[in-house]
Write a protein that binds this ligand. Structure first.
Ligand code: DHB
Ligand code: FE
Length: 285
């Protein structure tokens, strides 16, 4: 049986990828941000999973307005880093896990969540920046990755509650896989930011940290956050946070197991226009 051993939560920002790729991580602006991920990179080395199930959002890169799946699971053998306008990031190809991904698709769809099956897809900063933050600049990513794309770009977007329940279905799916794999689930995007309109540049440090407290201690309460609260309090792009609830819903305590251990927590403002939040939770089962 496969097992979810930990969940990782982190923001993504294209400028973080550019800072890494252009050798700017030691510039004063970036030093505090990357310092917050040093313990995480060490933790990844000490806790190398067999597979990462990576919940992220595509930013109209692989999916345009012509086709917008709410939840899409990457079942391909590999995924290329996308060209988002400045050429593809010089990062390794993402190797998938078609067998586990297909199993999860089968289980989750039969568990009443409609997923879109994706057999060819490039992955944008939403997926590659969290990998870079957690793994640094390796020649190859440490393990296969199953990309799981959520629509938080084009309305209507899924509710936090639905994402939380989907995470529970993903845990059931992973635990019913017949190979003894160590799986991490990552929830990415957020925290507060707004990239457009009169409120562009919005950051809400107090709300973000209160939401982080809830995510860790009382995930049901975090999942009950109404959609409008994300938009009002965390800005139009703050809605990316619903993706963290998928990863949180997959943790053992949500299904009656023991509370997870908080291995790391970090918050930094700003990275470009975004408040960066980051948490690592370890399952105690
Ligand atoms: C920024 C943040 C995002 O989440 C994104 O997708 C693009 C840009 C930013 O802060 O610049
Ligand atoms: Fe984004």
């Amino acid at each position: 049986m496969a097992k979810i051993t930990a969940s990782v939560f982190t923001s993504h920002v294209p400028a973080i990828g550019a800072a890494i790729d252009l050798g700017k991580t030691t510039e004063p602006y970036w030093v505090p941000l990357f310092a917050g991920y040093e313990p995480s990179k060490q933790w990844m080395k000490d806790n190398k999973p067999d597979v990462i199930f990576l919940v992220y959002n595509d930013h109209a890169t692989a999916f345009s307005l012509e086709m917008i799946p709410t939840f899409a699971i990457g079942c391909a053998a590999e995924f290329q880093p996308a060209d988002e306008g400045y050429g593809a990031r010089p990062v390794p190809t993402v190797i998938g896990h078609p067998d586990l991904a297909s199993h999860i698709a089968q289980s989750v769809i039969q568990d009443d969540f409609d997923l879109t099956i994706v057999n060819k897809m490039d992955v944008d900063h939403g997926l590659t920046v969290p990998l870079s933050l957690m793994c640094g600049e390796p020649d190859a990513w440490p393990c296969p990755v199953i990309p799981f794309a959520v629509n938080v770009v084009q309305y209507p977007v899924p509710s936090g509650q639905r994402c939380f329940k989907l995470g529970q279905a993903i845990r059931r799916a992973i635990e019913s896989y017949d190979q003894p794999l160590n799986v991490q689930i990552w929830g990415t995007g957020g925290m507060s930011h707004q990239l457009q309109g009169p409120r562009a540049g919005l950051i809400n440090r107090e709300w973000d940290n209160a939401w982080l407290d809830k995510l860790i201690e009382d995930p049901e309460a975090a999942a009950a956050t109404p959609h409008i609260d994300y938009v009002r309090e965390a800005g139009s792009e703050g809605i990316e946070l619903v993706m963290w609830l998928i990863a949180r819903g997959a943790m053992a305590d949500v299904a009656g197991g023991p509370k997870p251990t908080v291995r790391h927590r970090f918050y930094h403002v700003p990275a470009s226009n975004t408040a960066v939040g980051h948490v690592i939770l370890e399952n105690n089962v």
